[in-house]
Write a protein that binds this ligand. Sequence first.
Ligand code: PLP
Length: 401
Amino acid sequence: DSVFSNVARAPEDPILGVTVAYNNDPSPVKINLGVGAYRTEEGKPLVLDVVRKAEQQLVNDPSRVKEYIPIVGISDFNKLSAKLILGADSPAITESRVTTVQCLSGTGSLRVGAEFLKTHYHQSVIYIPKPTWGNHPKVFNLAGLSVEYFRYYDPATRGLDFKGLLEDLGAAPSGAIVLLHACAHNPTGVDPTSEQWEQIRQLMRSKSLLPFFDSAYQGFASGSLDTDAQSVRTFVADGGECLIAQSYAKNMGLYGERVGALSIVCKSADVASKVESQVKLVVRPMYSSPPIHGASIVATILKSSDMYNNWTIELKEMADRIKSMRQQLFEAIQARGTPGDWSHIIKQIGMFTFTGLNKEQVEFMTKEFHIYMTSDGRISMAGLSSKTVPHLADAMHAAVT
Ligand code: PLP
């Protein structure tokens, strides 16, 4: 008998499980709207031209070796990542008040930040939006933080519950950590306006709440890297402290390369360097040092003004295709005379639309139309194409009538 015979089977991950079910469906009309990864109009994964070019350059450089890199990762990558999210002229950078550590994509950056906070910050409560990305509560719980929710989404308006958000953060204990999606909130596609961000900032600073930004979609929401970083930049402009987890999975299409960065913006250069020394103690026993390849690609692109420009063009093309899918789906639903107000499809932003379809309607669409999505009714706009929009619109019409 195995010493592991008492191990119970764990449930499939609710998001990754959607793809497992999709793969098992033989129907030729099936559509997978569960994955959070960009697809072309032909439904294929996309490697950016600029990424191919950077890889070629790296492969052809005979001076490159496979030595270990430092615990904190590639120095150029870290500096350029901080510049990308904070802005080239950020005082936090010029005053050396920010420490940046290369981590394993967005998830790894969140986890390293959370482990650091657990040991070195006086508050162990983290407030996360309701709803949020399904992995957030698990990452923070396992790091030893206790998770509380603040109201975020209002099902009645399919928009932001701004009053509830202010009430809940206003009632949070002083010093509590608050997880904020920098842009393109997942799963709702609902972001605060810049005026609302300013009110959130004032409230949080007045209560000494510590912002922890999750930036997984910079450039993907609006098509502009600067516009999508505004929320973070207004918090950094006031001189206060915050953490930022950056991912290059979506905006550079480097999903499986696992490239990301954790930045901690501090009040002084002295504090920042002490903080970095402690983050190294978090990383060393976990995985010693990060991998080379993906971060080298990113550094190569961010270092060259030509490649950087090419990247912004390809990034905008992805964002624009997603926006056009929103428009096409909205129009297809209007054309069918489907009851209800569907304007949230074009109002929401980023990779996902939170359709408002309930669990039963989602099950119906999977069973009758072979359309796969998470049970909360979230659909990935990046998984749609002009060819598949009519089938989805038919399914949504049938599900609500
Ligand atoms: N945060 C949010 C809100 C996400 O949607 C995702 C990916 O879906 C991530 C973080 C982390 O992704 P990764 O670890 O692949 O960078």
